[in-house]
Design a protein around this ligand. Structure first.
Ligand code: PLP
Length: 371
């Protein structure tokens, strides 16, 4: 029985018996850090990215950070990043001492605007970091063409986009590297965890060294590295989740289609999918044309979870805003600012029932009269 008045959460991380059993099995085995489970997880995940090399790490942020280190990006380099993302995207750039160049997004996909990317390229540009936001692939066909023309590396932030694709090519299989997160609220998780995907065997080897103090052979350190290893407990949980990802993605898409079909409030704009894109609906994000705070309060009152990703564009966050102010640098990002002011994400996770979906639709359509 479902409680008609129970709150419908915006996200619902899954830890079922299978995940618990896998974790316990590893704990009992005594092999808990970067052992056989991590190797198997890497092997199995590579099927999502056309057999590319996969290097597991302890978070999506570490995946981004290590990739930039592995590509030799550092002080004096510029990396093009959307400001409309989670701060981790830009943080990785700053962590290696490079400069973030913020670029605007497309209104429909919420991902990097290729024309704006091209306009932002300077002699110092080293890389472009498209973010496949909400699970919608960025315009990789155009971004890859620009990168090739200017000889730039592309680092895909696919942390929200497991198994998204554009024209049949999965995200994480376009750029020099792709990065994924397995944080509990993502479409699949490993408690905490991340993965780098790359077709470049040399880069993959460098990343394996960087994640483990620069060692392949114990105590024969080849380079300066960190410790961002994944545990075998995480990998075992991730392997279980990976087997469920396809089914969950199908359910997310069905939920999104149902919401889009039934949401009819004139002041609520439902999400679109670009031609050729496979959206995996990490988030189902609408625009509220009106008083968003009031809308969110009404949704919450109706028991419908909701959240803004992200209320403050990265360029307006203190660690970016203050140095830019000091340097007299400003960014012209009208679509980013508009999105940050208008978006709200609604529940779309696979655990939603038809009854939940109908309650979400009713609550959203009621906003039409309330705003
Ligand atoms: C979650 C996320 C990250 C960081 O992943 P963690 O595993 O939390 O470190 C990076 N970029 C984007 C777009 C994300 O959503």
């Amino acid at each position: 029985m479902t409680d008609a008045h129970a709150f419908i959460p915006a996200a619902k991380p899954v830890i079922d018996e299978a995940e618990i059993e896998a974790a316990v099995r590893v704990l009992r085995s005594g092999r808990v850090v970067q052992g056989p489970e991590v190797a198997a997880f890497e092997e199995e995940f590579s099927e999502l990215v056309e057999g590319r090399h996969c290097v597991a790490v302890n978070s999506g942020t570490s995946a981004l950070h290590l990739t930039l280190l592995g590509l030799g990006i550092g002080p004096g380099d510029e990396v093009i990043v959307p400001s409309f993302s989670f701060a981790a995207s830009a943080n990785a750039v700053r962590l290696v001492g490079a400069d973030v160049v913020f670029v605007d997004i497309e209104a429909d996909s919420y991902c990097l605007d290729p024309a704006a990317v091209e306009a932002a390229i300077t002699p110092r540009t080293a890389a472009i970091m498209p973010v496949h936001l909400y699970g919608h692939p960025a315009a990789m066909d155009r971004i890859m063409a620009i990168a090739q023309q200017h000889d730039l590396a592309v680092v895909e932030d696919a942390c929200q986009a497991h198994a998204a694709a554009l024209n049949g090519t999965p995200v994480g299989a376009f750029g020099a590297a792709g990065t994924f997160s397995f944080y509990p609220t993502k479409n699949m998780h490993s408690l905490e965890g991340g993965m780098v995907t790359t077709a470049d065997a040399q880069l993959a080897r460098t990343l394996r060294l960087l994640r483990n103090q620069g060692m392949e052979q114990r105590y024969a350190n080849e380079i300066v590295g960190a410790n961002v290893r994944m545990t075998d407990v995480s990998a075992a949980v991730g392997r279980v989740q990976l087997t469920k990802l396809a089914g969950w993605t199908e359910q997310r898409n069905a939920n999104a289609a149902y919401l889009t079909e039934h949401i009819s409030a004139a002041n609520v704009v439902t999400p679109t999918t670009a031609e050729g894109a496979r959206h995996i609906f990490h988030q189902y994000t609408v625009r509220i044309l009106g008083d968003r705070d009031a809308a969110m309060a009404k949704l919450t009152e109706a028991g419908v979870g909701n959240a803004v990703y992200y209320p403050t564009p990265i360029h307006r966050l203190k660690p970016y805003w203050e140095p830019d102010q000091k340097a007299g640098r400003t960014w012209d990002l009208p679509e980013t600012e508009r999105a940050a002011a208008e978006v709200v994400s609604l529940p779309v996770h696979p655990a939603l029932t038809r009854e939940d979906l109908d309650r979400i639709v009713t609550a959203v359509n009621a906003l039409g009269e309330q705003l």
